[in-house]
Write a protein of this length. Structure first.
Length: 139
């Protein structure tokens, strides 16, 4: 029962991230980068994952955008990244967000596949072979 819960959770996250990836890809392919006002950048300390963020104002609203460490450094050199707006998700995002969505989808797809492997049958078969007496193993 627990395996099924994990499978459903992993596959749900995977599907959500694939939908996000497809939306980001569609917006990047069909739209031009938005004109925005750079506000600030910061590094989130404590924890794993995506610590680099920048704050921007687009259409009078403030958005927080996840960025890479490379983009973070380029901002100091006055090289602002191209950002896009998704009206369906109401979010401003960078090219990194598209890559990130696909990576998360692949990670959770792999996790879901691992929960589908029947480890108990493999381990039981291996344990039986390991503890068989020599005479019955030859027969």
């Amino acid at each position: 029962m627990v395996k099924w819960i994990f499978r459903i959770v992993f596959l749900s996250i995977c599907i959500y991230q694939i939908i996000a990836y497809l939306e980001y890809r569609r917006v990047i392919a069909n739209d031009i980068p938005v004109h925005y006002t750079y506000v600030d950048k910061e590094i989130k300390r404590g924890g794993r994952g995506n610590p680099y963020q920048m704050a921007v104002v687009y259409n009078g609203r403030k958005f927080t955008v996840n960025i890479t460490s490379g983009i973070y450094v380029q901002i100091d050199e006055n090289k602002l990244p191209s950002l896009y707006y998704s009206p369906r998700r109401d979010v401003v995002f960078s090219l990194w967000e598209k890559k990130r969505a696909m990576r998360i989808a692949l990670l959770f797809m792999a996790a879901a596949l691992v929960t589908m492997i029947p480890f108990h049958k493999f381990l039981k078969k291996r344990a039986n072979q390991k503890y068989m007496p020599e005479s019955s193993a030859r027969a």
